[in-house]
Design a protein. Structure first.
Length: 136
């Protein structure tokens, strides 16, 4: 029996339809290899992250929208990267400006920025590349 801690992918977006679609696409492709959580803003995401830490669940990937109420996605990913530098970060957005993307690349080790509407193939391909890089 494997003693590996459960790994999780967290999706953050203020649109519930986007979150549900993301989770469905991830579950359809990766199955039960990972757990999946969703949050509607950065504050809710931090609550989930704290719970994960308390339960010893490793967050391997976070996919965040940029334009959300409260805190913008690049600011959230920069904060997250400071505390969890090994977590892969991606932005999924229809609105991010170039400065925000650059900020996330420079300060949050952003792996990819995927534009909405996204294709399932592009999403999965980027995640697979990120996981390959992580396991090198």
């Amino acid at each position: 029996m494997s003693k590996n801690p459960k790994q999780l992918i967290l999706c953050v977006d203020d649109e519930k339809v986007v979150l549900n679609s993301l989770r469905q696409q991830l579950q359809n492709f990766f199955g039960n290899k990972y757990d999946y959580e969703i949050a509607e803003n950065a504050e809710e995401a931090w609550e989930i992250i704290t719970d994960l830490e308390n339960e010893n669940i490793e967050m391997v990937l976070i996919i965040s929208d940029w334009l959300m109420p409260g805190k913008k996605g690049d600011e959230f990913l920069v904060e997250l990267h400071k505390k969890y530098p090994k977590t892969i970060t991606m932005m999924l957005t229809g609105h991010a400006d170039d400065n925000a993307i650059e900020n996330a690349k420079e300060n949050a080790n952003l792996f990819a920025c995927i534009r909405k509407p996204w294709s399932k193939e592009e999403l999965i391909e980027n995640i697979q590349k990120a996981f390959e890089k992580l396991h090198q």
